[in-house]
Design a protein around this ligand. Structure first.
Ligand code: SAJ
Length: 414
C-alpha cells in the first residue's frame, strides 16, 4: 500500500521509515523545506539512534520520499504537534491543517490515522473537518456514500529508544468505527510486534492522557509528602522507603517539580475536557507546578542564613536524571530565578551533559558552568536539582559547614 505520513518529526519520521522498511510505499509530508530536503537526501534533521540508517536505506531503495504537498494514498498517518496553549488547552490547528490537506486527495476507502497526543474527541474533530470539505464521503457505509476509515493510534515511545519501542511496545488503536480499527490494525501489524489492542477513538485518546496523568498524580503525592515531612521535621526519603515495604504501597520519588513535554501537559487536556470532574488531576498538576517555588523559598532561607554574598552550587539543569534535555525543566526554571536574587555572589552550575549554559543563564555574569568539585568547594549553599549519576560521588566530608538542599534525596547518605 501507499502511506502518506503527515509531519516528519520525532514520531512521524521514525514511523515513515519503519513502514517503508515493511514494504509500504511511503511519502512523508512536512511544511519545512529543511526537513523535506534532508529526508530526500537520506538524512535525519534531529538526533535519534538508528533512525538515520533506516531513513537512508528506505530513501536509497525508493520506498521513502518527502514532499510539501499531501499526495493521494491508501492510508494517511497524521503525526503533527498539538501544542499546549497559554489557557491550558490543546492547539488543534496543525491537525486541522493536515485534515484540509488530506481532504481533496480522498477517493473513498482510505484509512486516516491520528497519532498526535490529543485531547478527547480530537480524532472526531479531524474527521469532521475532512467531511466538512468532502460531504460526498461518510464515516460508515450506512447510506451508500464512499467511506473513509478514521482511527486514533497514540504513540508512547521513549525518545532515544524510538526505533526499538516502535516495534516492541503494545499499541492501542481506537476506531471511529470497528472497521476503521481493524484496518489500522492491519497496517500497524506490518511492523509492531507488541500486542495491538482495539477500542474506540475517545478511549484511545484518553488512554494516552491517563497513562501520563497516573504518573503525574503519583509524583504529586510524593511531592506533597516532602512538603509535609519538612513541616514535621522528618526525612521524607526514609518515610517513603519504609512505607514502600508494605506489599501494596509503591510511592514515587519527590523532586523539584515535574518536567518534560508530556507529563506536565497531558493532564491539562483531561482537565480541559471535564473541568468540574477532574479535581484530583488538576490538583496534582498544581501541586507539582508549585514545587519549584517551594524549593526557591528553601534556597532563599539558606542564603539568608549564610550571610553576606554567598556562592551557590546548582547541581543539574536537565528535566530528569542522566539526559541532556533542558526543555520544560524545573531545574532550569529554578536556576533562572536564582539569577534574579540579589544576595548571591556567584552561581556555580554543574550540568555534565551540556557544553555551555543556555542563553537565559549565560546572560548573567554571576553564572558559570563548572565542574562538580569546583562548584561544591566554592559554595556555602549546595542545591541538588537532578539526580545525575555523577553527583553520587559527593561525600559528607565535601559538605561540612555547607547548607545542603537535596531536592531528589540523591545525597541522603551525605
Ligand atoms: N519524576 C519525579 N519523580 C519520579 C518520577 C519522575 O519527580 O518518581 C519527574 C522527572 O524527574 C521528570 C518528570 O517527572 O521531571 C517526567 O519524567 P518521567 O521519566 O516520568 O517521564 P517522561 O516525560 O520522560 O516520559 C513519559 C513516559 N510516560 C510514562 O511513564 C507513563 C513515556 O513512556 C511516554 O512515552 C512519554 O511520557 C510521552 O511521550 O508521553
Amino acid at each position: 500500500p501507499t502511506v502518506a505520513v503527515i509531519g516528519l518529526g520525532y514520531i512521524g519520521l521514525p514511523t515513515a521509515a519503519i513502514l517503508a522498511r515493511s514494504g509500504c510505499q511511503v511519502i512523508g509530508v512536512d511544511v519545512s523545506d529543511r526537513t523535506v530536503t534532508a529526508v530526500n537526501q537520506g538524512e535525519v534533521p534531529f538526533v535519534e539512534p538508528d533512525l538515520g540508517t533506516h531513513v537512508a536505506g528506505a530513501v536509497a531503495q525508493g520506498t521513502l520520499r518527502a514532499t510539501k504537498e499531501t499526495p493521494q494514498a491508501d492510508a494517511f498517518i497524521v503525526a503533527v504537534p498539538t501544542p499546549f496553549t497559554e489557557d491550558r488547552t490543546a492547539d488543534l490547528s496543525y491537525i486541522e491543517a493536515a485534515a484540509r490537506g488530506i481532504a481533496p486527495q480522498l477517493r473513498g476507502d482510505e484509512l486516516i490515522i491520528l497519532e498526535s497526543t490529543s485531547p478527547p474527541k480530537a480524532t472526531r474533530h479531524m474527521a469532521e473537518v475532512i467531511l466538512g470539505l468532502r460531504p460526498d464521503l461518510s464515516l460508515d457505509d450506512s447510506d451508500g456514500r464512499p467511506v473513509i476509515h478514521v482511527a486514533h493510534c497514540p504513540e508512547r515511545v521513549l525518545p532515544g529508544r524510538v526505533m526499538i519501542e516502535l516495534v516492541t511496545n503494545d499499541r492501542i488503536i481506537g476506531g471511529v468505527t470497528c472497521q476503521a480499527a481493524e484496518r489500522a490494525q492491519e497496517l500497524y501489524a506490518r511492523f509492531c510486534q507488541g500486542e495491538i489492542l482495539l477500542t474506540d477513538d475517545v478511549t484511545a485518546e484518553m488512554a494516552k492522557l491517563v497513562e501520563n496523568s497516573f504518573r503525574d498524580v503519583n509524583i504529586a503525592f510524593a511531592n506533597e509528602l516532602s512538603v509535609i515531612s519538612d513541616r514535621l521535621g522528618i526525612d521524607v526519603w526514609e518515610l517513603i522507603r519504609l512505607a514502600n515495604h508494605h506489599p501494596r504501597v509503591n510511592i514515587l520519588q519527590p523532586g523539584p517539580g515535574v518536567g518534560g513535554h508530556c507529563i506536565a501537559v497531558d493532564p491539562w487536556f483531561i482537565v480541559d475536557a471535564a473541568p468540574e470532574e477532574a479535581k484530583l488531576i488538576r490538583t496534582a498538576r498544581e501541586v507539582n507546578d508549585a514545587k519549584p517555588e517551594w524549593v526557591l523559598e528553601k534556597i532563599e532561607k539558606a542564603l539568608a542564613d549564610a550571610e553576606g554574598g554567598a556562592e551557590i552550587a546548582v547541581l543539574g539543569l536537565a528535566f530528569k536524571a542522566n539526559i541532556d534535555d533542558l526543555r520544560e525543566s524545573p531545574a532550569l526554571g529554578i536556576a533562572k530565578r536564582l539569577t534574579q536574587l540579589g544576595a548571591i555572589q556567584r552561581i556555580n552550575i554543574v550540568e555534565p551533559h551540556i557544553e555551555q549554559l543556555p542563553a537565559t543563564l549565560a546572560g548573567d555574569d554571576r553564572t558559570a558552568l563548572v565542574g562538580l568539585d569546583e562548584a561544591v568547594e566554592r559554595s556555602s549553599v549546595v542545591v541538588l536539582l537532578v539526580d545525575h549519576a555523577e553527583f553520587s560521588k559527593i561525600s559528607p566530608d565535601d559538605l561540612t559547614d555547607k547548607a545542603l538542599i537535596d531536592t531528589r534525596g540523591a545525597l541522603a547518605h551525605a
